[in-house]
Design a protein around this ligand. Sequence first.
Ligand SMILES: Nc1nc2c(ncn2[C@@H]2O[C@H](COP(=O)(O)OP(=O)(O)OP(=O)(O)O)[C@@H](O)[C@H]2O)c(=O)[nH]1
Ligand SMILES: [Mg+2]
Length: 408
Amino acid sequence: MLPARTVVRSRKHNTHTFNLLVAGHARSGKSSFVATLFETLEVRKLHFPQPPAPAAPASPGAAPGATDSLDRGSVRSVTAPPAGSLLDLQLLALVQHGGEPGVAEKPLPPGRCAVPTPSLAAIECDSPYDPRERLLLNLIDSPGLEVPLALFASPDSPAAEAAAQHAAAQYLAPLLRYIESQFEATLAEESKVRRNPRSPDFMTHACVYMLNPDVIIAAGGLSLVDRLVLAKLCTRVNVVPVLAKSDLLTVRQLRSVRALVAANLHDHAIPVYSFPDDDADADADDEGDEEPPVNLAALVPFRLVNSEVTDDDPDALPFTGLVVNGKKILGREYTWGVVDVENPDHCDFIELKNALFGSHLDDLKHKTRAALYEQWRTERLIDSQSRGPAARLSASKNRASYVTMREE
Ligand SMILES: Nc1nc2c(ncn2[C@@H]2O[C@H](COP(=O)(O)OP(=O)(O)OP(=O)(O)O)[C@@H](O)[C@H]2O)c(=O)[nH]1
Ligand SMILES: [Mg+2]
C-alpha cells in the first residue's frame, strides 16, 4: 500500500483541483482511458459550467485565447446518488441539468475531438488515496497523433526528417494552444488589481502520453515524430508516458518495448516527468508496512490496459466494463482469459492512478506552477518586450503585479 500523505485534518474535506490531459498516438485508447478512469472514481458531484449570460460584457481580466472551459464561474452541481453507476449518474445529471437523456450532455468528453476537449463537467470525487480529501478533476481528451509509418523506411533521410517536423508541428499546435491558454488565464488572474483568492486552478498539471506498441515496434523505438512532440510538450506540461494496449503484447515483447522506450527517453534526454522518490524516508521508518514501496520511476512507460465497452444484454445500454461470473469488472475478455484493469499483475493502471491523484499530485501541481508556468511566463514577457512599447507596458504591469504578489 502506498504511504499516506500529510493532510490537514479538518471536518471539511480538502479539495484539490487536478487537470489531466490525455494525449498521444491516434487510436491508442485515449478516450477509453478517460472513460475507464471515470468508472474507477467515487464521484460525489458533477459541476456543469453554465453558459455565460448572452448580454454580459467580457470581464476586463479575461485572458485572450482562453477557452470555454475556463468559464466555470457559474456552475451547477449535481450530487451523485449513493453508490450510483455511471449510467445512474449521467441520467441524474441530465435530468437535473435540464437535458433530455440521450441527446444532452454527458460528463465525459466526446470520444473523438479535433482540439483538446475537457470533460463537460468538473468531476468532484473522493481522493483514491485518502478518503478525507477530495479531487475536482477535469479530464481533457485530445486528438490523436498520426505517426506516418512511411517515414520508417528511411528515417534518416532529409525528406523523412522534414515530414516528421511537419507532423509534429501540426499535432502540437492545438495542444500547445490549449495548455498556453490556461497559463494565459492564470497570468490574467494574477495581474488583476484585486485577485480572486478562490480563482480556480486552470493549469494542466499532467499529460498522460499514450504510445501505441505497434508504432514503437515498427519504428524500432520512439520515432523522430514522437521525440519532437515529447521534447516540446515536456516544456509546458508534466508528461507521463504510457504503453497503450499492453494487453496485446507478450511478456517478452512488453519487456523489450518498455526497455526500448525507457532507453530512448534517457538517450535523447527527453525531460518527461521524473517521479521523485520522496516516500523513501517515510517507508524506511515504517517497519510495520508490509508491502514495499512501488518504484514508480522503474514503471515508466506504465503498462496500460483500458476496459472494454460491452453490450451483451440487448435490453441494456452499453457500459464500460464487463460482467464475469456475475460480477462487474473493468477489463477486456479474450478466448483465453480476462484482463482485469485494476489488477496490478495485469497492468499498471492502479499505480498510474495512485501516482497522479495521490502520491505525486502535490509534486505535479508544484512543478506546473513553479517550473513550467514560470518558464512560459518568462518567455511570454521577453516575447512581448521584443514586440514594442504597447506590449512592453502590458508586460511591465504583469511583472509589477507578480512582484507584489510574491511579496504579499
Ligand atoms: N486491446 C486494447 N484495445 C483498446 C484498449 N483501449 C482502447 N482499445 C480499443 O482501441 C480502439 C480505439 O480506442 P479509443 O479509446 O477510441 O482510442 P483514441 O486514442 O481515443 O482514438 P482517437 O481519438 O481516434 O485518436 C477501440 O476499438 C478500443 O476498444 C486497450 O487497452 N487494449
Ligand atoms: Mg478519442
